[in-house]
Design a protein around this ligand. Structure first.
Ligand SMILES: Cc1cc2nc3c(=O)[nH]c(=O)nc-3n(C[C@H](O)[C@H](O)[C@H](O)COP(=O)(O)O)c2cc1C
Ligand code: SF4
Length: 388
């Protein structure tokens, strides 16, 4: 499948790509009033010029109550012209543009978006310090349709790839989780009920997008929380998504932005830096309980490979390996294992031109030290603290 190597030309659904590298979504924090800024465009232009095949605009909310932080882009007609300017610039720089569509569900914050958080049921959030309200069947249908509308706006704006967020215990992932979804209706109980929304969103987005863009999903293999989604259920969900045939690729992730955020990343937990940018009383909570909530996990290159390789024999849909991909050796390992693409987050924040550097020198090593101090910068304009 990936016999031409990571730097060979590729296709992702209907989208032609110059290679198999994807800039993973890292929330940019560059849209303080929720619309596209020159800073956001410059960020993605730098990624495109740096050699990736696809750069991903992170965390665009499909509806106002799906935003987890202030200044998030909420998909609506008014944001389409700005997003169009962004995709034009990315295309001129030689890359394809992807947009991550999300509804934050229990991770949404009423203080950021003015709406109570909706989730499969009542869930306490350490971020908003409130309980979410249980979504009604009407809410679930409305949010599903919001994903469809968001995808249509994304196509209008010229995006080549639409990424549906099914990870990190955001709405769709919280519906999948046996820990967070205790519903007794057709969306709760058995895994097939809990996976209903994920499958519906993928099918209905595909239906309206057709072959105008690739449709992919970022799916959690494991929430990193006792009683949450674990790899056995994630494999089954991936197989159903595969059978439905609505997706052009699956990007495999882990963790819970609600209950275990550092499990996504591995590496140092920047508690002091987080507390510094938080308003009270979350600041005090972070100072007192930061070590519990932001539990630290050791980092190693390719830290998701052992889990992700379980999906290779299980599905036909192309797979994207994410997590600690920092050099040519890691990329070659991913291709050799049978992954079709690699997605890279922090190493491309540290050096947006990493792909060009690796192409020029096979032995190039990333300068990212996995300190995770870029995470708190999402509140003020995401950057690597070693480059600013
Ligand atoms: C600053 C920062 C912001 C992030 N924002 C998002 C986001 O908006 N959506 C998302 O799905 N993942 C987000 N992530 C997670 C990355 O997409 C990726 O899953 C994670 O960094 C692991 O990949 P890496 O080892 O290549 O960095 C973020 C990561 C970082 C470091
Ligand atoms: S702040 Fe820079 S070096 Fe630290 S994890 Fe983020 S990108 Fe890597």
């Amino acid at each position: 499948m990936s016999g031409f190597g990571v730097f060979g030309a590729a296709t992702l659904g209907p989208t032609k790509l110059r290679n198999r590298t994807i800039k993973a979504a890292t929330f940019e924090g560059m849209t303080p009033d929720g619309s596209v800024t020159e800073e956001l465009i410059a960020f993605h232009r730098a990624q495109a010029l740096g050699g990736v095949a696809v750069t991903t605009v992170a965390g665009c909310a499909v509806s106002a109550d799906g935003a987890s932080t202030g200044g998030q882009i909420v998909m609506r007609p008014a944001v389409v012209p700005g997003l169009r300017r962004l995709t034009d610039v990315v295309h001129e720089a030689g890359a394809a543009a992807s947009i991550q569509l999300n509804h934050a569900g229990p991770v949404a914050d009423v203080r950021a978006n003015g709406h109570p958080a909706v989730a499969p049921g009542k869930v306490f959030s350490f971020i908003s310090l409130r309980n979410s309200k249980a979504a009604s069947e009407v809410d679930i249908e409305r949010i599903t349709q919001d994903f469809v509308n968001g995808a249509l706006h994304a196509v209008d704006a010229g995006f080549d790839v639409i990424e549906i967020h099914m990870g990190h215990n955001y709405f769709i992932s919280s519906m999948l989780s046996p820990k967070l979804n205790k519903r007794t209706d057709g969306h709760g109980g058995s895994l097939s009920n809990r996976a209903r929304m994920a499958r519906d969103v993928a099918k209905r987005v595909r239906e309206v997008v057709g072959d105008r863009a690739a449709v992919i999903a970022k799916l959690s293999m494991d929430d990193g929380v006792p009683g949450g989604t674990w790899i056995d259920e994630a494999l089954q969900t991936a197989q159903w998504l595969d059978e439905d045939g609505a997706l052009d690729a699956l990007e495999l992730t882990v963790g819970s932005s609600l209950l275990n955020p550092m499990y996504l990343f591995k590496g140092e937990s920047p508690i002091t830096e987080f507390a510094a940018v938080m308003p009270q009383p979350v600041k005090l909570g972070t100072q007192l309980f930061g070590k519990l909530v932001l539990k630290e996990y050791p980092y190693q290159d390719l830290f998701l490979l052992e889990q992700a390789r379980q999906f290779i024999p299980a599905v036909k849909v192309p797979l994207i390996l994410l997590g600690g991909i920092t050099d040519r050796a890691g990329m070659d390992t991913a291709m050799g294992e049978g992954f079709s693409f690699v997605a890279i987050g922090r190493a491309l924040l540290r050096e947006p031109d990493l792909i060009n550097q690796i192409k020029a020198d096979n032995h190039k090593r990333s300068l990212c030290i996995h300190c995770n101090r870029c995470m708190p910068t999402t509140y003020t304009g995401t950057r690597c603290v070693l480059t600013s």
